[in-house]
Structures are given as structure tokens and as C-alpha cells.
Design a protein around this ligand. Structure first.
Ligand code: DCP
Ligand code: MG
Ligand code: MN
Length: 339
């Protein structure tokens, strides 16, 4: 579902890739991060293998990321052209309903399971019987809108409206469209925007965000707020925006306020994708460093139970490319940050 969409039929493993991708989608919808991850690694490996047709257990198991069970599944696909586990998953109504509920904004897997256990099978059931928070209620109301992919050109237009409005508040504040948009995706799940200003601390930017949100509501561009989290290290704001008038779909929009000094680390984090981010953080920790959305640190002190005792010394936060350099890996342009 991450729309990298390059698997041409010229790849001899395209059928295997197609079925494994559907399987991965199911695990991803169920929030099974472990399986999603191993499927993703296997699929990436197969996509890279442009010439070699993987058809035996031995060939499959020798691929990085492929263990016994996945190797058997690959053999099943090449010998039967289908995967029974996938057929079952498609038939299992519980999975479908769970997936439906888990897709509501603000509803996690635990609560989605509770809805299933309560016997609800439709969004209408949830809307009329479940106790919902206000954001969740909007999530149900706007379910179809939020599920739709947003064409790249439309994401750009939302970004322009935000940037033009910012200019009327403080012309030194900059905004950047991040997430899958920055990775070059042809359509996006939501609109992710960083707000920053050279030399500015987070307090100053909080005020800018408040004004921005107010003006965008006044302009009837913002339709609702869904969540706001204030931290000293930045504030994120979730809501929905709409282009054009009544009847046009509401789009999920996220703002992240970033102090000028931390723009490199924030760029790295907010470009993703999430799996790439995890791999970068793991790499940092293997080298005795720590990476988060504020910066790259060394000498992080940990206690007996690996709990953090100090943040460590900041190595870099301003320059995205420098973070790659210090970690000792070649720079990867955003389009290639998909694991
Ligand atoms: N992010 C992360 N870990 C998460 C969630 C987000 O590292 N659990 C980072 C990486 C993401 C970025 O934030 O790329 C934006 O999050 P989104 O959920 O908006 O994901 P994308 O923009 O990558 O994809 P989509 O097109 O589905 O919005
Ligand atoms: Mg996004
Ligand atoms: Mn987002």
C-alpha cells in the first residue's frame, strides 16, 4: 500500500511479489509490525532480483529476510499460483471487520477488538452504539474521506494554502510538505507539514501555529481539529482540511512545529518512511548513538535496565545529510527511503 509500484511484469517473481504484498497488507492492517516487516524485507529482495526466478525452497530460504515459513509460502505460490493463507484471510469476516474499525481515526487495535467483541459489524453499529471520543466520532463520520488516497497535486495545493497563510503571519516562517509527498509518492494517505523558522525557539512557533490554525479555520480551509500534543521539543497538530466547497472530501492534515536548530533531524524523521526510520535508529544504537526527531546523540548514558539516564551529547540536528555522514551511511534521497 506504500505505492512504490515499480513491480513490472518483467520481474520473473512478479506473481510471488503480488501475493506476498497482499499478505503484508493484511498483517499491516492488523498492526502486526513484526510480520509486516519481514514480508516487506522479502518483497524488497524479490523486487531487486530482476533476473532470477525463485522457485525452490532452497532458493527462497537463501534470500535475506526469508525464513522457513516464508520460504514454504513462496514455494506454495510458485507451485499453485495462490496462497491458501491469503484466501482464508480474505474470507475471515472478523479480520475484515477488525480492519474496518481499526481504520477509524483514533481507534487503535485494542479498541477495534472490543468493538468486534461487542458484536458490532458495521460503522453504523459503532456510530449508534459505541461510546466515542469527539475525534473518533469525526473519524467514523468521515471514514470514506480519510480512507481515500490524496493525489499528489492536491497535496501540493494544500501545502500552498498553508504557506501563503503563514506569510501573512510571519514571513520568516517556512513550511515544508513532508511524509510520502517528499518521498515523491504519486498519492498520499495524508498531508504532513513542518513549520519552522531560522533561529526560532519552540515557544515562538507555538504562537504561530495557533494563529495559523485560527486563520485556516476562518478561511474555511480547516474543517476540524482532531488532536494536539504540546511538547517542549515541538508541537504536533492533527486535523482535516478541504479544498473547494461543500461536497469535496476532507483530507487528514498534520502540522509539526520544529525549532530552527532541529530542522535536519526533523526532516529525516518526518520524511520516513516509518520502517526506514526504524532502520536508521537501529543503526545509530548499534554504533552507540541515539537518533530521534530532535537530533543524533552520542554517549547516551544507560542504567542497568537500559533505561536512559542522560540524553548524551548532541552530534548533529541541523543538517540532514550530516546525520547520514556521522552514521557512516551514504546519503539516501527521499525517493529511496522505502524499506
Ligand atoms: N513516522 C514514524 N513512525 C510512525 C509514524 C510516523 O517514523 N509510527 C514518521 C515517518 C513517516 C512520517 O512520520 O513517513 C509521516 O507519517 P505518516 O503516517 O503520515 O506516513 P507517510 O506520510 O509516510 O505515509 P502516508 O502517505 O500513508 O501518509
Ligand atoms: Mg503522511
Ligand atoms: Mn501524517
Amino acid at each position: 500500500h506504500k505505492h512504490d509500484g515499480k513491480e513490472g511484469s518483467q520481474n520473473p517473481n512478479s506473481r510471488t511479489i503480488q501475493i506476498l504484498t497482499q499478505m503484508m497488507q493484511i498483517y499491516s492492517d492488523l498492526n502486526d509490525q513484526w510480520r509486516t516487516r519481514s514480508y516487506r524485507i522479502a518483497i524488497t529482495t524479490l523486487k531487486k532480483s530482476q533476473t532470477k526466478y525463485i522457485s525452490t525452497y532452497e532458493e527462497a530460504i537463501s534470500l535475506p529476510g526469508v525464513g522457513d515459513r516464508l520460504a514454504k509460502k513462496i514455494v506454495e505460490i510458485v507451485t499453485t499460483d495462490r496462497l491458501q493463507r491469503l484466501e482464508y484471510a480474505k474470507l475471515d469476516p472478523k479480520d475484515q471487520v477488525l480492519k474496518l474499525f481499526h481504520g477509524i481515526y483514533g481507534v487503535g487495535l485494542v479498541q477495534a477488538r472490543k468493538f468486534v467483541a461487542a458484536g458490532y459489524t458495521t460503522l453504523e453499529d459503532v456510530r449508534t452504539h459505541a461510546t466515542l471520543t469527539e475525534p473518533q466520532r469525526i473519524g467514523v463520520e468521515r471514514y470514506q474521506d480519510f480512507k481515500q488516497r490524496i493525489p499528489r497535486e492536491e497535496v501540493a495545493k494544500h501545502g500552498e494554502i498553508v504557506s501563503k497563510t503563514l506569510q501573512t503571519i510571519d514571513e520568516k516562517v517556512e513550511s515544508y510538505v513532508m511524509g510520502s509527498y517528499r518521498r515523491g509518492a504519486k498519492d498520499c494517505g495524508d498531508i504532513d507539514i513542518i513549520l519552522t523558522k531560522q533561529g526560532a525557539m519552540v515557544e515562538e512557533l507555538h504562537d504561530v501555529l495557533e494563529k495559523l490554525v485560527q486563520r485556516l479555520f476562518d478561511a474555511k480551509f480547516l474543517m476540524c481539529g482532531l488532536a494536539i500534543a504540546r511538547h517542549d521539543d515541538g508541537t504536533k497538530w492533527h486535523g482535516a482540511s478541504r479544498l473547494g466547497g461543500e461536497g469535496r472530501p476532507w483530507r487528514r492534515i498534520d502540522f509539526l512545529v520544529v525549532p530552527g536548530e532541529e530542522i535536519g533531524a526533523a526532516f529525516l524523521y518526518f520524511t520516513g518512511n516509518d520502517v526506514f526510520n526504524r532502520s536508521m535508529r537501529l543503526l545509530a544504537s548499534k554504533k552507540g548513538m541515539r537518533l530521534n526527531q530532535k537530533g543524533l546523540y552520542k554517549d547516551v548514558m544507560r542504567g542497568k535496565n537500559r533505561e536512559k539516564m542522560s540524553e548524551g551529547t548532541l552530534l548533529e540536528s541541523k543538517d540532514e545529510k550530516r546525520i547520514f555522514e556521522i552514521l557512516g551511511v551514504p546519503y539516501r534521497p527521499p525517493e529511496h527511503r522505502i524499506c
